[in-house]
Ligand binder design. Structure first.
Ligand code: FES
Ligand SMILES: [Fe+2]
Length: 436
C-alpha cells in the first residue's frame, strides 16, 4: 500500500505548530487513584484542562488516529475531510495514487482550505486569498505574488517551498487510513498488534462499498463512548433487543481479546449453534424472556461469511475507532470530541463489492440494529449522557471497575468482564502520564 510519510521536520517549522510552552501549559498535575485501571476519577469527564491536555498528549501524541476509509479516496483527486481530535484534517489521493493527510488550515492566515465533506479536484484552493496547494499539500501558487502592475506583492525573499499545509504521517491497513502527528508513533501494524490486525483484516480487507453514513451528536465526554463500546458487561443488560432476540448474550460462546499493550480490543460471540439456527429459521422469532416476536423476522436471518462461527464482533482501536460486524451489519464508527461534554459520533455502514443484491439488502436492513435510531445502539447515546450528568460535580469520586477482576487481560472463556474497559484506562493513564 502506498503511503505518504511526510517529512516530520517540516511539521515543527510550520507556523501554528504547538510549542513546548503550550505542552507544558496544558499539563494537569493529577494523581490517579489507587487501584490502577479499575478506578477512574470522574474528573476526567468534565475537567476542561484535562480535555485540553488530551488534545496534546493523545490526539497529537503517539497514536494512530482513524482518518477515513481508503475507498473514500479511491481515485486521483479524491479529497475527504475529517478530524484528529479537534484539528481539522484533509485526506487526498494524488495523481500518482499516493494518499496524503494534512491539517485543513491555510498556511496564510489559517482558514479552512477544504469546506466539503468530500470532493474531487486537481488541487486545493483556499477561498480567502486563493492560495493554491497541490494534492500533497505543498504550495503551488500565491495570487499577486508579484503585486499588481509592479506594485505591492510578496517580498523578494518569499519562497513557496517554505509554506505548505502541515503534513500528517499516514499509514493504511485493511482499507482504513490512519494518521499521526507524532514521530514517536510505532509502525501501524506494530501499534495494533498481531491479533487486532488479523481480525481487522478478517472483516475489512475486502473490496469495500459504502452503503450509507450518518452522524449524531452525543452529549457526553468522548471517553465515555470509548469506555462504553469496550464494556461487554452492559451489552446484554442495557440492550434488551440483543438478549430478547439472541443476537448477543453472555451465555453464548465468546470472549474478549486485548492487544499486547491493552489499548485495543475485540469482543466476539458465536450465535450459530444448531439449536439457535433452527429457531431463527422459524417464521416468527419468539423470545423466552419477553415472549416478543418480530413482524419482520428476516431482520435476523444472517448468513455466515467466515468459518470461525463468530457472528457478532466489536473491535476498538485506541483512541477513537470502532469496527463492528453484528450479524451481517458491517460498519466503522469513530468519535470526534467537540468539547469536554460533547462528542460527534460518525457511522459508516459497509458491504463488500462482491455482495449479491440480496446480501446488500440484508446488510442495509441490519444497519437498523445500530445507529442513532437503531434497535440496539440508541441506548448508548442515552446512557453515556446519564453518566456525564451523574458524575458532574463529583470530581473527587472514582468509578469501580472490577467485574472480572482488576487486571486488563484477554479472557476467551467469558465476556462477564470489564477487562477491555480497564485496558482503555490503562492506555489512557499511561499516555497522559497520570501516576498513582
Ligand atoms: S487564508 Fe488562505 S489564502 Fe489567505
Ligand atoms: Fe452499548
Amino acid at each position: 500500500m502506498e503511503t505518504a510519510h511526510s517529512d516530520p521536520r517540516h511539521a515543527h517549522a510550520c507556523p501554528g505548530h504547538a510549542t513546548a510552552e503550550a505542552d507544558a501549559a496544558s499539563t494537569v498535575d493529577m494523581r490517579w487513584p489507587e487501584g490502577g485501571a479499575a478506578r477512574v476519577p470522574y474528573r476526567v469527564f468534565s475537567d476542561e484542562a484535562i480535555y485540553q491536555m488530551e488534545q496534546q498528549k493523545i490526539f497529537r501524541g503517539p497514536v494512530w488516529n482513524y482518518l477515513c476509509l481508503e475507498v473514500e479516496v479511491r481515485n486521483p483527486g479524491d479529497i475527504k475531510t475529517t478530524w484528529i481530535g479537534e484539528t481539522p484534517i484533509i485526506v487526498t489521493r494524488d495523481d500518482n495514487g499516493v494518499v496524503h493527510a494534512m491539517v485543513n488550515r491555510c498556511a496564510h492566515k489559517g482558514a479552512l482550505v477544504v469546506l466539503k465533506d468530500h470532493d474531487n479536484k486537481p488541487s486545493l484552493t483556499c477561498v480567502y486569498h486563493a492560495w493554491n496547494y497541490r494534492l500533497d499539500g505543498t504550495l503551488r501558487s500565491v495570487v499577486f505574488q508579484k503585486g499588481v502592475k509592479g506594485k505591492g506583492g510578496m517580498p523578494e525573499t518569499f519562497d513557496t517551498a517554505q509554506h505548505r499545509l502541515q503534513p500528517v504521517r499516514v499509514a493504511m491497513v485493511a482499507g482504513i487510513v490512519f494518521g499521526t502527528f507524532s514521530d514517536d508513533t510505532p509502525p501501524l501494524e506494530e501499534y495494533l498488534g498481531e491479533r487486532i490486525t488479523a481480525f481487522l483484516k478478517r472483516n475489512m480487507d475486502h473490496p469495500l462499498k459504502i452503503l450509507g453514513t450518518h452522524s449524531q451528536m452525543i452529549h457526553n465526554n468522548w471517553k465515555l463512548y470509548c469506555e462504553n463500546v469496550r464494556d461487554s458487561y452492559h451489552a446484554t443488560l442495557l440492550h434488551t433487543f440483543y438478549t430478547t432476540f439472541k443476537v448477543n448474550r453472555l451465555d453464548m460462546d465468546g470472549g474478549i481479546i486485548l492487544s499486547e499493550k491493552k489499548w485495543h480490543h475485540i469482543s466476539y460471540s458465536k450465535r450459530a449453534t444448531l439449536e439457535a439456527a433452527a429457531e431463527y429459521q422459524d417464521a416468527k422469532v419468539h423470545s423466552a424472556q419477553y415472549n416478543s416476536a418480530l413482524d419482520g423476522p428476516e431482520l435476523l436471518k444472517a448468513w455466515e461469511g467466515f468459518d470461525d462461527q463468530i457472528t457478532h464482533s466489536i473491535q476498538t482501536i485506541f483512541p477513537t475507532l470502532v469496527s463492528q460486524l453484528t450479524l451481517n451489519s458491517l460498519a466503522v464508527r469513530f468519535v470526534v470530541p467537540r468539547g469536554v461534554d460533547k462528542t460527534e459520533l460518525f457511522w459508516v455502514f459497509l458491504g463488500y463489492e462482491t455482495d449479491t443484491p440480496e446480501q446488500e439488502k440484508m446488510r442495509v436492513m441490519q444497519a437498523n440494529l445500530t445507529g442513532a435510531a437503531g434497535l440496539v445502539a440508541l441506548e448508548d447515546g442515552c446512557i453515556n449522557n446519564f453518566v456525564q450528568r451523574g458524575t458532574h460535580g463529583s470530581a473527587d469520586v472514582n468509578s469501580f471497575i472490577e467485574m472480572g477482576g482488576t487486571l486488563a487481560e484477554s479472557n476467551e472463556s467469558s465476556r462477564a468482564t470489564e477487562a477491555a474497559v480497564r485496558g482503555f484506562w490503562h492506555g489512557y493513564k499511561t499516555i497522559m502520564g497520570f501516576h498513582e
